[in-house]
Design a protein around this ligand. Structure first.
Ligand SMILES: [Mg+2]
Length: 366
């Protein structure tokens, strides 16, 4: 089998109201769908999202990487990865790595389709059902404590047994009050994660971590800047709340440094960002060698296969329509929570996620 073409289609759709975390505000959802075609009529789909990835940049980068792909056998995925990543040419981190990721995800979808197996089986099946947490708790205009509590009640009605909320967008004591209200709303038995999206420097993160300790926080995500490995470690040492991080980390080398600094107990690796499924598996093995858990960031349709495939997979992040207004419509199949907060792993070939091209068409920008 040989790769004959690589294409990309870019989409963007607005949110009803912008949502904010501790550092950024998002008014638009972006999705870029990369397709890798072969001479046997099969294609694989990979996707890259994120507000930073504009259509012109995506198209230019896909065009750049084509040379490493055309004529290759998609099963030579490691050689393809190395040829795309050659660091002297396009950079070792950042948006180029996002596009490498999208191509690599498409290759795995393609290999699964070619073999008639779901991706989690190709990677080494470990489990068929995955615990999830519903991510949300953003700041929005007109959203007070009552509305935040309402959102969490809806999550529980959906079956959530774990929820995540944002912190870092208001004064520390106000955020502690938000955390208190959410804990009161969800009761003692539902897990609660908090996510600062790099909003603090270390001494501020230590202050809020200590103030949140009475509310049984399961993890404190991205307390400080992604490159501040020592700051992460300081926060981890200063509080009983475990630190989770990694959604802005790249490749096995970035995770090596993160791990060596003792920065986190839980790694939020993201195959869409760090270098695709191939590199995610390298990171997961590195984490396993340090007895660290992996709880991937976002991209639930891809990550469900990866948590299913690794023994140190902890939990899957689940975005509902509060985060992505087209949730449940982007793909022909959509993941839904069972009443115990778990999702079942797709058993169809590849990723088992064919985009709903017609639903997406009105939002196409390139
Ligand atoms: Mg996060």
């Amino acid at each position: 089998m040989k790769i004959t073409d690589v294409t990309v289609q870019c989409y963007a759709w607005p949110r009803p109201r912008p949502i904010s975390n501790g550092k950024y505000t998002y008014a638009t959802v972006r999705l870029n769908l990369v397709r890798v075609y072969t001479d046997e009529g099969l294609y694989g789909v990979g996707w890259a999202g994120g507000p930073g990835l504009s259509a012109p940049m995506t198209i230019a980068l896909v065009e750049h990487f084509k040379e490493a792909l055309i004529g290759e056998d998609p099963f030579n995925y490691r050689r393809i990865w190395e040829n795309m990543w050659l660091p002297k040419v396009v950079g070792r981190r950042g948006l180029t790595t996002w596009i490498i990721s999208a191509v690599d995800i498409a290759l795995w979808d393609l290999m699964g389709k070619a073999l008639g197996k779901p991706v989690h089986k190709l990677l080494g099946g470990f489990r068929d059902r995955i615990p999830t947490y519903v991510a949300g708790g953003y700041y929005e205009e007109g959203k007070g404590l009552r509305e935040l509590a309402q959102e969490m009640e809806e999550n529980l009605e959906l079956g959530a047994r774990a929820v995540k909320m944002k912190i870092g967008g208001v004064e520390i004591n106000q955020d502690v009050e938000r955390v208190r209200v959410v804990r009161e709303t969800i009761g003692p038995d539902v897990k609660l994660m908090v996510d600062a999206n790099n909003a603090y420097v270390a001494y501020q993160a230590v202050e809020i971590a200590r103030k949140m300790e009475p509310y049984d926080v399961f993890w404190f995500e991205e307390p400080v800047a992604p490159d501040d490995y020592e700051g992460h470690a300081r926060v981890a040492r200063s509080s009983s709340i475990p630190v989770a991080t990694g959604e802005n980390e790249y490749t096995r080398y970035g995770f090596r440094d993160l791990i060596q600094h003792g920065s986190a107990s839980i790694l939020n690796a993201d195959a869409q960002i760090l270098g695709g499924i191939t590199e995610f598996m390298n990171v997961a093995s590195l984490a396993a060698a340090h007895d660290l858990h992996v709880a991937p960031h976002g991209a639930q349709e891809v990550h469900i296969h990866l948590v299913a495939a690794i023994p140190n997979g902890l939990i899957l992040e689940f975005y509902r329509e509060t985060v992505n207004p087209l949730h449940g419509q982007i793909f022909e199949e959509s993941l839904t929570l069972d009443d115990d907060g778990c999702v079942s792993v797709p058993q169809t070939p590849g990723l088992g996620m064919e985009p709903n091209w017609e639903v997406l068409e009105p939002y196409r920008v390139a």
